[in-house]
Design a protein around this ligand. Structure first.
Ligand SMILES: [Zn+2]
Length: 277
């Protein structure tokens, strides 16, 4: 999965007051692109020293540490952009072997989106400040505190013997089939969200719900929480066409095109294919 970057290490322990040094990494985004050092087939994260001139008022926000190197977010591109720096679509993570760089860019994007969305207090509209002792934004006028937001979503492999239920979302690229997924709503447990989502999207009743694992998915600010569940494939499928173009049972040895194991969905489908789920 995308967050698995061994032997590299991602450490999101927040370091209050941390200021960037010459060799530290700088993450700068424009929409869904990130600034990288173009080294031919490879890419590198730019370091502070790669920018010719950084004005003293340039704002840097400490994000996390990749291996031993602190990573900082900045909002404005310092003047004198160095040579060899290029913007890359954030989706480069799907095709790169440099998993640690892709993961730093993705996790940084989630934080960038959160910091940007909370520049102003949701209670009174005053500009927020960084809380000095932890990762949070605080309102100097009313004291409201905003903590990083993650949206929990269930994702479920529905099984019946050697068949798995896969669905093709209306917005899926190409002819991909994947697992049923959906956000947990306020007031329900993950298991209740799962039962509701499966029933809404396919009309199926499921049982024997078991936790599989989880995956942060920074592009949508989500935490995907994976489960397996059983269903009877003789139940009538009632597909919600507002969400799904198709849903069907597939036999283990005849699975359709599906996402790769970068995502928890792809990993679970591939494990089912190998009889390991
Ligand atoms: Zn306020």
């Amino acid at each position: 999965m995308i967050q698995e970057i061994h032997p590299h290490r991602f450490n999101n322990h927040y370091q209050p007051g941390k200021q960037p040094e010459d060799h530290d990494f700088v993450l700068y985004y424009q929409d869904k692109t990130v600034l990288l050092k173009d080294k031919g087939l490879e890419a590198e994260l730019p370091r502070t020293r790669d920018f010719a001139e950084i004005p003293p008022e340039q704002e840097f926000i400490f994000l996390f540490t990749l291996d031993e190197t602190p990573c900082f977010l900045t909002w404005n591109l310092p003047d004198g952009i160095g040579t060899g720096l290029v913007f890359r679509d954030i989706h480069f993570f799907r095709n790169t072997w440099q998993k640690e760089i892709a993961w730093a860019c993705l996790a940084g994007l989630h934080l960038r989106d959160w910091y940007f969305a909370n520049r102003y207090c949701g209670q009174c509209g005053t500009a927020t400040c960084h809380k000095p002792d932890e990762r949070a934004l605080v309102c100097p006028a009313c004291g409201a505190i905003a903590y990083p937001k993650i949206s929990p979503a269930i994702i479920v492999a529905i099984l019946c013997g050697d068949h798995i239920l896969l669905a093709r979302g209306n917005d899926f690229p190409g002819a991909w089939y994947s697992l049923i997924a959906g956000y947990a709503d306020i007031g329900e447990s993950l298991e209740e969200a799962l039962v509701r989502e499966v029933r809404e999207e396919t009309g199926l009743d499921v049982w024997n719900i078991r936790y599989y694992g989880s995956q942060p998915w920074p592009l949508s600010g989500s935490m995907m929480i994976g489960f397996t569940a059983e269903a009877d494939d003789r139940q009538t499928l009632q597909i919600d066409h507002k969400e799904l173009a198709d849903a069907a049972w597939f036999q283990k040895d005849a699975l359709p095109h599906h996402p790769p194991a970068l995502s928890i969905a792809g990993e679970m489908i591939e494990k089912f294919e190998r009889g390991k789920l």
